[in-house]
Structures are given as structure tokens and as C-alpha cells.
Design a protein around this ligand. Structure first.
Ligand SMILES: C[S@@+](CC[C@H](N)C(=O)[O-])C[C@H]1O[C@@H](n2cnc3c(N)ncnc32)[C@H](O)[C@@H]1O
Length: 296
């Protein structure tokens, strides 16, 4: 399987909606010299071309599909002892329909749980699934949370969609809300070389992701590819992650028993490998970075 992607932000309309949503989230639109934008009662949540049941599709698979479960195990492995630290405050940026946040609540590991997503439909879903969480409609570049208010910030398959001109300020925003001693765990698309298909869609190489995070004042503790075997098989067949299109939302659909079982075992093996500090996986269509605040 290629990576999970989304395509609700593909158009100028989607980006404009993002600016409106940031207003709805209660942040002044003219912050940092921006011109005020107009608030709408009903902002569009999904750009044209995306199935209207997009978030339903994600919600349907994110708790039980082998890929999501395998990625969760890999993330826990990369986080290591950080997951056991007491009284941590968690933020999931681009939380979608709240699958990770539901797991976080049930794990009982966190003192408080919050999420933000550009899509108000996504947040509506997440509010139903995770009523315990503080959930906001907001873009990554303007998070409605105080400085240094989280110990762990995660973001899964969101960075690749952030429009190129907003990438640095969006990542600085993750850095801003991170408490001293905290960490960011970011998952995005992986590629051997940085591949920019559109202004709002790219696949990162390990080096490009590390450089991008470091520009935003974050220091990478570990950057690793993931999903090695299936990505190699896909690459051998000429397949790699692609920008979403009208005909392909990128949300995984149910696989047969064999593929699910094999996929689950392969990802579980990677999680075991990555559970040792410092280990990495050399290739994959998914890429994870664990980063901490740099000096200053
Ligand atoms: C591929 S989905 C992943 C959702 C969720 N993180 C998961 O793993 O299931 C990407 C999510 O990022 C959100 N998103 C995209 N660009 C964003 C941005 N600039 N700021 C905040 N959320 C964004 C989308 O609305 C969508 O819910």
C-alpha cells in the first residue's frame, strides 16, 4: 500500500477555507501582519472532488485496519520510554476523526488530550468519538493553544498536505506549543528523494524532513522510514505515494485476510526492530521523525 493521503486542501478554495477556519477557531486573522479575512457561518470543509463520505471512510478504518494498527505499534516503538512518562499533555495536530486520540484516551497514559484539524467535519466526528478531548478547528500554522502547553505533539500524515509557503511557520507552531523536555512525533510520506508533486503535496526524503524540522527550531532524535517490505514491493511495480486526485482519496480499503495478516506481521516486525533506541529502517513509503525543541 502506498501512503495514506487526503485531498481536501488541493484547491485555492481549500486554502481559503483554512484561513476562514482559523478565524472560526477564535484567532485574530490579522496576527503576524495578515489581512483580516471574512468569517462564514458555514465554511466548506472539503474541497471539490473528495467524496462527501471522506471522513466516514477514515473513521471506518482507522481503529481496525492493519496499516493503522501497525503504524501505531511503530510509533509506540519510536516513542519508547517517552510514552511512560507521567502526566503528559498530548496534542494531535490534523487529528482527523480522532482514531489516535481514542487510543490515547483508552491507553490511560496521558493527563490531558487535545486535537486540532482544519476540517470541521473531522472535528465533529472526533468530538463524538473522543468527548474527553479538547478539540479545535484550526490549521497547523495557527494552533489555538498557549506556548509550551504540551509534552507530546503528534501529527500523522498532515505535513505533506501543508501548502509549501506555510510549512515553516506550521512547524514553528508545533515548536511553540511544545513544553521544554517535550517531543514531536511526526509521520508523513516517505520517498528516497524529496518529491514535490504540487504546492500542497509532497513526499519527503529522510534528509529533507530532518532539514525542514531543523529550520523550525526542532532537533531530530530519530528519523526513520517505515513499511519497508510492502513499499519495496510497491516500488518494484512502479508504485509510489501520489498526490490525491478526484478518483483516489488515499483512504485504505479493507484488504483480504492474507494481505492483512502479512501486512500486520511485517509492521509488527518493524515495530520490534525500532523499539531499540537509535535503530532505523532504510526505506519505506512512510517516514517518521521524533524531534525535540532546539535551543532558543
Ligand atoms: C490523511 S488525514 C490524516 C488524519 C489523521 N491524522 C489520521 O492519521 O487518521 C490528514 C488530516 O490532516 C488535516 N489537515 C490537512 N492540512 C492541515 C493543516 N494545515 N492543519 C491542520 N490539519 C490539516 C485534514 O483535515 C485531515 O484530517
Amino acid at each position: 500500500m502506498a501512503s495514506i493521503s487526503s485531498n481536501y486542501l488541493e484547491t485555492g478554495a481549500g486554502r481559503a477555507a483554512g484561513r476562514v477556519w482559523s478565524n472560526l477557531a477564535g484567532r485574530p486573522a490579522f496576527r503576524r501582519g495578515r489581512l483580516p479575512t471574512i468569517s462564514l457561518m458555514h465554511a466548506p470543509t472539503i474541497a471539490p472532488g473528495v467524496p462527501s463520505d471522506y471522513y466516514e471512510r477514515i473513521a471506518d478504518v482507522d481503529a481496525r485496519h492493519w496499516w493503522y494498527r501497525g503504524m501505531l505499534a511503530i510509533e509506540c516503538a519510536v516513542l519508547g520510554e517517552r510514552l511512560s512518562r507521567p502526566a503528559q499533555r498530548l496534542l494531535d495536530v490534523g487529528c482527523g476523526t480522532g482514531g489516535f486520540l481514542r487510543w490515547a484516551v483508552e491507553s490511560g497514559r496521558f493527563a490531558s488530550i487535545a486535537g486540532a484539524d482544519l476540517g470541521s467535519d473531522a472535528i465533529d466526528f472526533a468530538r463524538r468519538r473522543v468527548p474527553e478531548a479538547d478539540l479545535r478547528v484550526a490549521p497547523m500554522r495557527e494552533l489555538p493553544f498557549a506556548d509550551a502547553s504540551f509534552d507530546l505533539v503528534v501529527s500523522h500524515d498532515v505535513l505533506q498536505h501543508v501548502p509549501e509557503p506555510e510549512v515553516d511557520e506550521s512547524l514553528r507552531e508545533l515548536r511553540r506549543v511544545l513544553a521544554p523536555g517535550g517531543a514531536v512525533l511526526l509521520r508523513t510520506n516517505g520517498s528516497r528523494r524529496l518529491r514535490v508533486e504540487r504546492d500542497d503535496w509532497r513526499a519527503y526524503s529522510r534528509d529533507a524532513l530532518a532539514e525542514t524540522l531543523e529550520r523550525a527550531g526542532l532537533v531530530c532524535e530519530r528519523v526513520t522510514y517505515a513499511n519497508l517490505v510492502l513499499s519495496l514491493l510497491a516500488a518494484a511495480r512502479g508504485r509510489s505515494p501520489r498526490a490525491p486526485s478526484e478518483s483516489s482519496s488515499g483512504v485504505p480499503t479493507a484488504d483480504g485476510r492474507l494481505k492483512s495478516a502479512v501486512g500486520a506481521r511485517l509492521l509488527a516486525a518493524e515495530a520490534r526492530w525500532l523499539s531499540r533506541a537509535g535503530r532505523t529502517v532504510p526505506f519505506g513509503h512512510n517516514l517518521l521523525a521524533l524531534a525535540v525543541p532546539g535551543p532558543g
